[in-house]
Design a protein around this ligand. Structure first.
Ligand code: SF4
Length: 177
């Protein structure tokens, strides 16, 4: 299966964590979408590689997620997987609805097996989603580059990218974490 052919996803999510303390800075609502074609050895969430794992997503799910993000102590929304950029039918409307409700008062972090450089030159939907997020933790998990205790990532090759600064300067800007 070619990665580029898997864009929309099948509309399933593995889980929602109403209050997560590890998926980015601050207390965040985390959404794990289902389906990932990368099949990294040592994947932290192997069950969610399946595109129909978990429960079906709906308009009600979207509203629930936004409501979970509402309290002042919630810093923002984190989207993980599975592969968010292979679930555009869920992820793009979710990002748009989040921005419409909270503007930039809260942040959006996304974890992806794609590299930033690839997403920047990708399909219209993927480029749009990228342009609306704050932080991208990019690249596949590489077992041989695993290090315990890395902030917000599992293996050394992955980068915690400040997306807005990177787009603006046309160069990769990583966050000091
Ligand atoms: S990209 Fe992430 S979810 Fe997909 S197989 Fe690799 S570690 Fe698992």
């Amino acid at each position: 299966m070619l990665y580029a052919q898997v864009e929309t996803g099948k509309g399933y999510i593995a889980k929602i964590e109403k209050e997560s303390f590890v998926d980015g800075e601050g207390v965040r609502c985390s959404v794990y979408v289902s389906g990932c074609p990368f099949a990294c050895e040592g994947c932290y969430n192997k069950a969610a590689q399946n595109f129909t794992y978990g429960t079906q997503y709906s308009e009600t799910t979207l509203e629930t997620i936004l409501d979970y993000c509402e309290p002042e102590y919630i810093s923002g929304l984190s989207i993980l997987g599975g592969e968010p950029f292979c679930n555009m039918d869920i992820v793009l409307p979710l990002i748009e609805a989040f921005r419409a409700r909270f503007q930039h008062s809260k942040s959006i972090w996304v974890w992806s097996g794609f590299m930033y450089e690839n997403l920047k030159e990708n399909t219209k939907q993927r480029k749009k989603a990228l342009s609306m997020i704050d932080v991208l933790v990019d690249g596949p998990f590489v077992q041989s580059l695993y290090q315990p205790g890395l902030a917000f990532k599992g293996s050394y090759n992955q980068r915690v990218i400040d997306v807005q600064a990177s787009l603006k300067t046309h160069s990769i800007r990583t966050l000091e974490v």
